[in-house]
Ligand binder design. Structure first.
Ligand code: XMP
Length: 514
């Protein structure tokens, strides 16, 4: 099968490497990230129309600094080096790099000296870019010219238009570089000659063909977790192999209100796969009896999940292939962009394929970022309410009950969470708050309801805004709305007489309570 037009990004360890891949894709060009020391033959196999060398934290002058095969410059494919990638290009092609006399970090004004053609065509004479470097190119290799400078960096960008090799010392992939998008677009469209027509329809069509090629007339097993990734993978696989796809949905009893029903509805009606819906809540509750410690809860849930899944898979008899919804950040972060299978630990199905003797592992989302997975889901016809589900921990509501789990406590979290979700959506805040949910705190306190004394649970509301879930701010929900939500929760959810609002950022707190 023909590869899509693509750009290969060689990763030298920068924190921005994934961002380069995303920006390239936003320009409508498929991109893959490979480790810096990838064999030339493997790079060639992608038939790249361009190469981008990322930045990196190392000093390019050190003997053990990461390198790439210097023969990439003989491939005849345009190359753009960013920061470390630029310095390495200069050195490998006979130039020099070394320490800056003036280190530059952050927003820096860059002056473009050549903007009539090539990489910097159409840029303003001056604009701001994002710099973060201790080293820079000091002497250009033969054939190169300097095309931009800053106060502290005489060669802020370099070009060899004949060989089509370029370098920028700043980071065009970050939004602080005002015209970074234009630079990448110039590289991709004007220099690499790419059309920029990569989109989700094209991805879906190609993946469907690839799945068919791999699976032949065999059968496929996929574990639905109730989350977005496995649902999108299932929809895609259904398009590829239809009824030869069997999905096992293990309901541990800790899903949010309505979510299990929606999974069952979608995968019996819109995508009528062979669906095995296992209600295993009894086993989970029994095994969790008396358990208070959160990590122990997680372990038990993980173990039970594997047990139940395995049992169901064995009941189904031999299926040929095993599919899962691994996505690109997991592949890159695990450092295994070179090929080996990655199984997310929270998927709780790690190790299954081998044990159950599957012929192969099918991971059709392996090359997609989360927002691309969502786009693909919509393209395939999954409902928005499923595609835009909030992130949800594998162990589900179980880790939102502090202390011992009982069906009644899970009911309290589920009902209060439903009220919170209704109200946030009703106020039109559901897309601006990244994650919001309720927690059954372990605390019980005295209250009065009517003329009765109560001694009941306190429920906490957690609502945060964040881009990456590594750090988070507290969402600013209007007090009138909070009051209203609190009133509804206390009034409608039996067993609750107090509502708290968690106003702690992450760090120091985490998003989940556990
Ligand atoms: P914390 O609580 O660590 O959570 O600040 C960060 C984000 O990760 C989600 N989370 C999980 N997601 N499996 C997942 O897929 C898990 O086991 C898990 N635990 C936490 C959490 O909801 C938040 O979005």
């Amino acid at each position: 099968m023909q590869n899509p037009q693509c750009v290969v990004i060689l990763d030298f360890g920068a924190q921005y490497t994934q961002l380069i891949a995303r920006r390239v894709r936003e320009c409508g060009v498929f991109s893959v990230v490979l480790p810096n020391n990838t064999e030339l033959s493997e790079i060639r196999a992608y038939e790249p129309h361009g190469l981008i060398l990322s930045g990196g934290p190392s000093c390019v002058l050190n003997a053990d600094a990461p390198r790439c095969d210097p023969r990439i410059y003989e491939l005849g494919v345009p190359i753009l080096g960013i920061c470390y990638g630029m310095q390495l290009t200069a050195i490998l092609l006979g130039g020099q790099a070394g320490s800056c006399s003036l280190r530059e970090y952050g927003r820096v004004r860059v002056t473009v000296d050549k903007r009539d053609s090539g990489l910097l065509e159409g840029l303003d004479e001056q604009s701001y870019c994002w710099m973060s470097h201790t080293y820079q190119v000091l002497a250009l290799p033969e054939g190169f010219e300097s095309i931009a400078h800053t106060d502290g960096c005489p060669i802020a960008a370099m070009a060899d238009d004949k060989r089509r090799v370029y370098g920028v010392q700043f980071h065009p992939e970050v939004t602080h570089t005002e015209q970074g998008r234009l630079i990448l677009d110039n590289f991709l469209k004007k220099i690499c000659g790419l059309k920029g027509d990569w989109n989700m329809e094209a991805y879906a069509e190609r993946e469907i063909l690839r799945i068919r090629e791999k699976v032949g007339d065999g059968t496929v097993l996929l574990g639905l977790s109730g989350g977005v990734d496995s649902a999108v993978a299932a929809a895609l696989l259904y398009r590829a192999v239809g009824k030869r796809l069997t999905c096992v949905y293990v309901d541990h009893g800790f899903m949010r209100a309505g979510e299990s029903d929606q999974v069952v509805e979608v995968f019996t009606k819109t995508f009528p796969v062979k669906l095995v819906h296992v209600d295993a809540s009894k086993q989970f509750f029994a095994d969790l009896q008396g358990v208070i410690e959160p990590e122990e809860k997680r372990k038990i849930i993980g173990r039970d999940f594997v047990d139940v899944f395995k049992r169901e898979a064995q009941k189904l008899g031999a299926l040929d292939h095993f599919a899962q919804g691994t996505i690109y950040p997991d592949v890159i972060e695990s450092g295994s962009a070179k090929g080996s299978a990655v199984i997310k630990s929270h998927h709780n199905v790690g190790g299954l394929p081998k044990e159950l003797g599957f012929e192969s592992l099918v991971e059709p989302l392996r090359m997609l970022f989360k927002d691309e997975v969502r786009k693909l889901g919509l393209t395939l016809g999954l409902p928005e309410s499923l595609v835009f589900r909030q992130p949800f921990p594998g162990p589900g509501l179980a880790i939102r009950v502090i202390g011992e789990l009982t069906p009644d406590k899970v009911r309290i979290v589920r009902e209060s969470d439903q009220i919170l979700r209704d109200e946030i959506a009703g106020a039109g805040l559901d897309r601006s708050i990244s994650q919001y949910f309720t927690v059954l705190t372990g605390a019980r306190s005295v209250g009065v309801m009517g003329d009765e004394r109560t001694y009941a649970f306190a429920v906490a509301i957690r609502a945060v805004t964040t881009d990456d879930f590594m750090t988070a701010d507290v969402a600013q929900i209007p007090y009138t709305l909070l009051n209203h939500i609190a009133g509804r929760i206390v009034g409608e959810v039996k067993g609750v007489n107090r509502v708290l609002y968690d106003i702690t950022t992450k760090p120091p707190a985490s998003i989940e309570w556990e």
